[in-house]
Write a protein that binds this ligand. Sequence first.
Ligand code: F0G
Length: 352
Amino acid sequence: AHGWPGLIAAYRSYLPVSDQTPIVTLHEGNTPLIPVPAIAQEIGRQVQVFVKYDGLNPTGSFKDRGMTLAISKAKEAGVEAVICASTGNTSAAAAAYARRGGLRAFVLIPDGYVALGKLAQALLYGAEVLAIRGNFDQALEIVREMAATYPVTLVNSVNPYRLEGQKTAAFEVVDVLGDAPDWLCIPVGNAGNITAYWMGFCEYHQQGRCDLLPRMMGFQAAGASPLVTGTAFSHPETLATAIRIGNPANWQRAIAVQEASQGAYTAVTDAEILEAYRLLAAREGIFCEPASAASVAGMLKLKEQIPTGATVVCVLTGNGLKDPDCAIQHCMNQFKQGVEPTLAEVASVMGF
Ligand code: F0G
């Protein structure tokens, strides 16, 4: 009984588990809520800004929160194989937890649009990976059919246990702040995570553990922003491949969250995402993946609307190491290569 036991043990009374549930855990959760003063300063008024750095979970994204519960419940039910469609992170988490629990993991990914770190994870964890010549939305349609037809359990965020596990992130935010924030800024793809956070805040509110309920501010990449425009995108495009989704699986829930919380869905361009991505890394020392930076990009885009004195939490859903190509590609201009191995040359290139 030392250290953090994982989120199921930590929030057991809030989760649908019993003594019969075999808990499959990598001690996920309990990720830091980090103040980001340099980013707060960009707002130009007194606002407290934190990031919930969920990229520090065991497989590097918030998906671990949902997967510990989804896999534990699948194992409890005697399931032998799970399946998911993924832009990368779900496949990594599904693979890790399924294999740890002794289950097979099948994953469908869009060929050529999964960041390298995520693909490496899914393969090494031992998933059976199929890259399809299509996008995420097409992959999701196929795995839904697969799960309806064959003895494989779907672990995308339409699996209710996924959201139950993910709601614990909201609990952790409240446990640290002592109340809910005024705004919760979050990147949105399938809208599972925004739904889960809202469930978590509402549940804590009902239990008297927080007074406030946040405005849920969801951000989508402009090239994949169906919740902003109100129509599905048949060809979603963004460098934030994690949220390259044109037809969110949790569309109705996403609308319900927005209405209940007086929130909004807003698009951010890839350029705005990259700007926030660099700002987080170069000013705060926090490396997240591009999709995650959409939360900060969005908050900065809407900065005029933030009430003075407010507390804002931006969710950083995935670790920057997931997508090293993106970082390197966008930093080539500051990378001095081919330097002669002499003191004089090194000092000269440094400008001394
Ligand atoms: N951020 C990251 C890093 C993600 O990987 C995802 C979703 C999201 C945000 C959006 O979360 O879908 O609940 O609204 N990734 C899924 C995947 C689609 O397959 O890994 P959402």
